[in-house]
Design a protein around this ligand. Structure first.
Ligand SMILES: [Zn+2]
Ligand SMILES: [Zn+2]
Length: 231
């Protein structure tokens, strides 16, 4: 008894990335239908797998572009004054008076808290960051950062933490930031040390795929808002 193997065996042998196409024989022919494997690669689910794998990388690359534009704008500038007043002026000399100078106030509560925080922050692997500014190193280093890294060489020393601390001190911007990052700690007036500890713990965590550490995410969020004219 003849068994048409092609009609029974092949569909189960066909790998999932192929479809079967049946070509009918010419009329009157005694030949059985011929089945060809037609490659339909990549199939939908392969495409979806690839898209799912690529999405976090593309998201990181999108954020690098936001950073790149912001670095281009703030090079050789006090980034605090850029955030608060949109002005581009050279960085101030006295580190401990950064915020009182930029906010144009004699004194601000916890205006040097960022110095304490900076000493203890350890940015999480596996990505690496410029120690001085907190901007990603390769393969996500923005072009405008340049290849000079480290405190004595980086052109954007303290960039990320100064933006985050400006947001932290400015009630109006912090409220908007906390709308975007629901788990960002609240600043509790009169409890500055505990608040700073909470922020410090949150700052270096990574919230998920396609994200840098939280501190940098907030800085990127601000730069996006500023570029969109929203802040
Ligand atoms: Zn300033
Ligand atoms: Zn740097």
């Amino acid at each position: 008894m003849d068994v048409d193997l092609s009609a029974h065996a092949q569909p189960t042998l066909a790998p999932p990335h192929y479809v079967l196409q049946t070509v009918s024989p010419a009329q009157g022919s005694s030949m059985p239908p011929i089945r060809h494997h037609i490659s339909n690669t990549p199939s939908t689910h392969v495409l979806m797998d690839a898209a799912n794998a690529a999405a976090p990388i593309q998201e990181l690359q999108r954020k690098v572009q936001v950073l790149n534009n912001a670095l281009h704008q703030t090079r050789d500038c006090c980034v605090i004054c850029w955030v608060v007043h949109r002005t581009k002026i050279p960085p101030h000399q006295n580190v401990k008076e950064f915020f009182s100078t930029c906010f144009r106030k004699g004194s601000l509560q916890d205006m040097t808290g960022w110095l304490t925080m900076k000493k203890t922050i350890r940015l999480p692997p596996p990505l690496t960051y410029c120690f001085a500014c907190g901007i990603p190193a390769r393969p996500y280093r923005p072009f405008h950062h340049g290849d000079l890294m480290g405190t004595d060489q980086c052109l954007f020393n303290r960039w990320t933490i100064l933006i985050v601390w400006t947001i932290w001190l400015r009630d109006d911007i912090r409220v908007k930031a906390r709308n975007a990052f629901a788990d960002m700690p609240e600043r509790q007036r009169g409890n500055e040390v505990q608040s700073r500890n909470d922020l410090q713990g949150w700052y270096s965590r990574v919230r998920g795929e396609g994200c840098f550490y939280n501190g940098l995410e907030v800085a990127i969020w601000f730069c996006e808002q500023r570029a969109g004219g929203l802040l």
